[in-house]
Design a protein around this ligand. Structure first.
Ligand SMILES: [Zn+2]
Length: 268
């Protein structure tokens, strides 16, 4: 499918309690800025119903999943089936995420994180859903889990801030890289190196709203319209005009999240 030209935010927490009360305004701002599509991700089970609701908005699609640090409410027995059933029953829900491994606070719960990650990845694999990945200080373990899957996983590493070596390992496995607010920060040397290096058809942009606001705007929170600033910095890094880059990234968004194969894995 050819997406309408414009801005696509590949990762925003529209169901987050800080953003949800302002959602009408935030989406209106986004559309005024040229916004055409947002992937509304979830971090915890308690957000799933709200993400499904938000995904009914024009140009909003949803991803369901459990972030490695927000496991409350996840039932290891019934969780995978519930996740699969909610996704299968709603064509606005197009992906699994955000899921992954986060050892920033230590590895005391490494086994629980790995079990949660593997079981959600199995749901994504069975339905052939793309995945929004969250990883922090866990890249070796993450790549090992991916390499242990019996078929390639489709997905994107969200808020990628790593350098070129790590970018290459992720790209070699067929995944995309999504750049967010940190790309606009003055100390983003490694992220900028990767943003220059990655092939154009393997890049997305995002806000991670309501977190990681771009600079130079000084604010505590971000909203989907801020993806325009990330795109502008990326266009400068790549030496491309903003509309041309926006068109390419819109195609990437559509190919990954709006593909008709999403959700058909176990029915093909
Ligand atoms: Zn996020």
């Amino acid at each position: 499918m050819t997406p309408p030209p414009g801005l696509y935010d590949s990762h925003a927490h529209l169901a987050d309690g800080r953003l949800y009360p302002l959602l009408g305004e935030a989406l209106a701002d986004f559309r005024r800025a040229g916004g055409c599509g947002v992937l509304a991700v979830s971090a915890r089970v308690a957000e799933w119903e709200r993400v499904a609701l938000v995904a009914r908005e024009d140009g909003v699609w949803g991803a369901l999943g459990v972030h490695p640090l927000y496991r409350e409410g996840w039932d290891a027995q019934a969780g995978p089936q519930r996740l699969a059933a909610m996704l299968a029953g709603n064509p606005d829900l197009r992906a699994v995420g955000e899921i992954g491994l986060d050892f920033h606070l230590g590895r005391g719960d490494q086994e629980e994180q790995l079990a949660l990650f593997r079981s959600q990845l199995a749901v994504a694999g069975a339905g052939d859903y793309p995945v929004a990945f969250h990883n922090r200080q866990s890249w070796r373990e993450f790549l090992a889990v991916l390499d242990g899957q019996d078929r390639p996983v489709r997905g994107v590493c969200h808020n990628f801030t790593g350098g070129r070596e790590l970018a290459r390992e992720i790209l070699d496995r067929g995944l995309l890289l999504s750049f967010g607010g940190p790309l606009t920060w003055p100390d983003a040397r490694r992220a900028r190196e990767s943003a220059r290096y990655a092939p154009l058809d393997r890049i997305l942009v995002e806000t991670d709203a309501p977190d990681l606001p771009p600079r130079p705007r000084r604010a505590d929170t971000s909203a989907p319209a801020d993806v325009a600033r990330v795109l502008a910095v990326l266009a400068e890094l790549r030496g491309l005009a903003v509309p041309e880059l926006a068109g390419r990234l819109g195609e990437n968004f559509a190919e990954l999240f709006l593909s008709p194969r999403n959700g058909l894995g176990n029915r093909l």
